[in-house]
Design a protein around this ligand. Structure first.
Ligand code: HEM
Length: 532
């Protein structure tokens, strides 16, 4: 058995030996005693001179960094992506053209509303963010487990998040949508109705992170070698199938284990049952986009698979738990603007706002402009630029040249027209500069109805019960009524069921849609790809 010296007062003094290296300060000064502060005499006051105590406490005091403003609670894992079908016809991105090559990835799953210490199982959207360390730089596919979003324009994101997070005066609820400010905002934003239908479905009560679908949501572009653009929507399909709990189970899990999803992901990886997803795409061009009965640039709309079928192109496997939660899961910085050459953005106004927001917030959260040097964020391909200095700079470049053009140094980095990123040469849209919502974004109810009516009777009754539960927590009568008036447009029977569940004596008047609600017919006969 190991022998430990005992200090003056009988405390354990573990000491370095052949298998335990010497404990040091950050400066490398060896520490003799890790139990006692320096004091003036026996039982005397502690001395300011004790640089070992000060360094230890100071570092501890600074251990917490700001948590993410949204998606603060997350669990992540390492793995790899393997392409099974090349998209060479559509894109030059090697990650989407080199079949069979394993690309390392880091995937982080999250809840949205709660803080970093909140529970795993509330009714909430789940983030599904994947960083691909490709040979042409990092590609971040920053999606959710629901294929649409609440709002159409990034201008409304701070309002949405302020409405869903805990209320500023009372600081609750910490991780739930069942409160007045959330439903007040939603009831005044008809564009959120489609997403609300998904939130009230069992999709927001995943059985496991391994059993969630994932979606890139926006239309992105793929660019071919000849500069041709094809729109693409990204989908993750869990190989275990999509599975949910019901509300009662979620509540029991919440009281039994706050870390239910994190533990499940950890356990499954530890025992070799690696979570796997198929990566699928929907591909379409401008002409096909024009045939859709809605605008694909509107992130509150899906493209039904009956109209544009999914094509499976690869597989994601998560097989390694992070070595350190803080260094990796906390410090990872995803950003939808991180795309390799061959992938580009669409004009979706929500995506356009996101392209700015993530880097901006990470400059604050991760303490300055050098967070891309953190091992979890650094590319795993060669990289070089002329950026220098700044807070927490880790690199020690040599030489005089940190600018371009230059003639003083033969190995300084330069741009490459042959392999560099180029944007799609989109013609400038006509029209004057203005703050306008496109008319093609005005249909807020048709897809909400399509989703509700696509559910089985059991699923529909779960949704009705969820709405009764959520809205019964709302104390403001006119907010409850406003919500029921939207539900009456989406599906009259649903509106009536919820009104009855809330004990309303009288049905409110149905909301007035900005444009007539369409009964969409997503049947194989309407497939757009086949018609081309
Ligand atoms: C974080 C998804 C819309 C701002 C995240 C994360 C995900 C995500 C998955 C967590 C990433 C991680 O695990 O670290 C989405 C999706 C959206 C959306 C799918 C809509 C389709 C927006 C919009 C904005 C925004 C419109 C702002 C204009 C942020 C910010 C963070 C974040 C500031 C925190 C990032 C960090 O601290 O690293 N989002 N988001 N998001 N999102 Fe979004």
């Amino acid at each position: 058995m190991q022998q430990h010296p005992i200090g003056n007062a009988g405390e354990l003094q573990q000491q370095a030996d052949s298998s335990h290296p010497v404990l040091t300060t950050q400066q490398g000064i060896p520490i003799a005693d890790n139990q006692n502060s320096l004091t003036q005499g026996n039982r005397g006051p502690s001395l300011l001179e004790d640089f070992i105590l000060r360094e230890k406490i100071t570092h501890f005091d600074h251990e917490r960094i700001p948590e993410r403003v949204v998606h603060a609670r997350g669990s992540a894992a390492h793995g790899h992506f393997t392409l099974t079908e090349s998209l060479q016809q559509y894109t030059t991105a090697k990650v989407l053209t080199e079949v069979g090559k394993q690309v390392p990835v880091f995937a982080r799953f999250s809840t949205v509303a709660g803080g970093a210490g909140s529970v795993d199982t509330p009714r909430d959207v789940r983030g599904f963010a994947v960083k691909f360390y490709t040979e042409e730089g990092n590609w971040d596919l920053v999606g959710n487990n629901i294929p649409v979003f609440f709002i159409q324009d990034a201008m409304k994101f701070p309002d949405l998040v302020h409405a869903v997070k805990m209320e500023p005066d009372r600081a609750f609820p910490q991780a739930a949508t069942a409160h007045d400010t959330f439903w007040d905002f939603i009831s005044l934003m008809p564009e959120s109705m489609h997403m609300v239908m998904w939130i009230m479905s069992d999709r927001t009560l995943p059985r496991s992170l391994r059993m969630m679908e994932g979606f890139g949501i926006h239309s992105f572009r793929l660019l071919s070698a000849s500069g041709k653009s094809t729109f693409v929507k990204f989908h993750w399909r869990p190989q275990l199938g999509m599975q949910s709990t019901v509300w009662d189970e979620a509540l029991k899990l919440q009281s039994a284990d706050n870390d239910y999803h994190r533990r499940d992901l950890f356990d499954s990886i530890q025992c070799g049952a690696f979570p796997c997803w198929d990566l699928c795409v929907q591909l379409f061009d401008e002409e096909q986009a024009a045939m859709l009965p809605f605008d694909h640039l509107d992130p509150t709309k899906i493209i039904p698979e009956e109209l544009i079928p999914l094509k499976r192109i690869g597989e994601l496997v998560l097989d390694r738990w992070p070595d350190n939660f803080f260094a990796e899961t906390e410090q990872v910085a995803f950003c939808p603007a991180n795309v390799p050459p061959g992938i580009d953005f669409s004009n979706d106004p929500l995506l356009q706002g996101r392209l700015f927001s993530y880097l901006d917030t990470q400059l604050l959260r991760l303490g300055g402009p050098n967070f891309a040097q953190l091992p979890i964020n650094a590319p795993q391909c060669p990289f070089a630029n002329h950026q220098r200095d700044g807070h927490m700079q880790q690199a020690v470049p040599s030489g005089r040249v940190s600018y371009e053009p230059s003639s003083l140094q033969t190995d300084s980095p330069r741009a490459s027209q042959a392999s560099g990123f180029t944007h799609f040469a989109q013609a400038t849209p006509e029209g004057s500069k203005a703050r306008l919502r496109p008319e093609s974004f005005a249909d807020h109810y048709s897809q909400a109805r399509m989703f509700y009516q696509s559910q089985s009777r059991v699923e529909q009754s779960h949704m009705a019960s969820a709405m009764v539960f959520e809205l019964s927590k709302v104390q403001t009568a006119h907010v409850r009524e406003a919500m029921v008036s939207h539900l009456l447009v989406i599906d009259e029977d649903l509106g009536r069921r919820v009104a009855k569940g809330l004990g309303m004596q009288q049905l409110p008047r149905a909301a007035e849609p900005a444009m007539p609600v369409q009964d969409l017919d997503p049947s194989p006969a309407t497939c757009i790809i086949d018609r081309m």
